[in-house]
Design a protein around this ligand. Structure first.
Ligand code: PXP
Length: 246
């Protein structure tokens, strides 16, 4: 069965918009993670960025306490992050590129050009019992590099597929790239995850990609939660306001 890992970064994005610098605030990504698991998610993904724009250190420690399924820590391959991961011990680390000015992770890792440093990090993490995934474009060169590095997983970047979803020819081309990369990864012994830009519209087509183990989805689910829950939230507030005397 294809597993769902929910990326809860955007819950923290919303909290930070109001409560940045405070020790707490709503909405709470940790409570959100518990709800996702209760609803059937088989993993929780959080990206601790170097600039701490959404998920904070305290979040990942609390997540480590409460997550019952599997905690996937997304992070850049930086010494500070590797040290933290070795202490935190998530079940899996997904190494991603990080650019300060990007809104969200934009491209995949250039694993082929960082084989040595990624292998070092992979070994350290594996040594602590943490599996390693590399977030890469669906590209044969990157898949082969991930195999050389010894990663357990690749997460295929579905952003280009998602962006081109309504341009049939380009979308089909991206789908073919994903299919070829998934086959190659599987043949070289890598397990295959995918994510970025997946939503309620484009997801069904992804069923054409073979060997997928898990999808990591964030934006679409958090967005759906906001819109689907808005009527309920308004009604709850109106109930409180009805108690106004006069
Ligand atoms: N996978 C990785 C490696 C990501 O960086 C992201 C975005 O943070 C996602 C999955 C989820 O992407 P989205 O929020 O578009 O579903």
């Amino acid at each position: 069965m294809l597993k769902l890992g929910v990326n809860i970064d955007h819950v923290a994005t919303l909290r930070e918009a109001r409560y940045r610098g405070r020790g707490r605030g709503e909405p709470d990504p940790v409570a959100a993670a518990m709800q996702c698991e209760a609803a059937g998610a088989l993993g929780i993904t959080a990206h601790l960025r170097e600039d701490r724009r959404h998920i904070q250190d305290r979040d990942v420690w609390q997540l480590r306490e409460v997550v019952q399924t599997r905690l996937n820590l997304e992070m850049a391959n930086l010494p500070e992050m590797v040290t933290l991961a070795l202490k935190l011990k998530p079940e899996i680390v997904c190494l991603v590129p990080e650019r300060r000015r990007e809104v969200t992770t934009e491209g995949g890792l250039n694993a082929a050009r960082a084989i040595r440093t990624l292998t070092e990090t992979r070994k350290k993490l594996n040594g602590a019992g943490i599996e390693v995934s590399l977030f890469i474009a669906p590209d044969a060169r990157q898949v082969k590099a991930a195999a050389r590095i010894g990663a357990q997983f690749v997460e295929l970047h579905t952003g280009a597929f998602a962006e081109n979803y309504f341009a049939k020819a380009a979308r089909n081309e991206e789908l073919e790239r994903l299919i070829a990369a998934a086959r190659l990864a599987h043949d070289t012994g890598l397990k295959v995850n995918a994510g970025h830009g997946l939503n309620y519209t484009n997801l069904p087509l992804l069923h054409l990609v073979p060997h997928l183990v898990e999808l990591n989805i964030g934006h679409a689910i958090v967005s759906r939660a906001v819109t689907a829950g808005l009527g309920h939230a308004v009604k709850e507030m109106l109930v409180l306001m009805r108690k106004y005397p006069g």
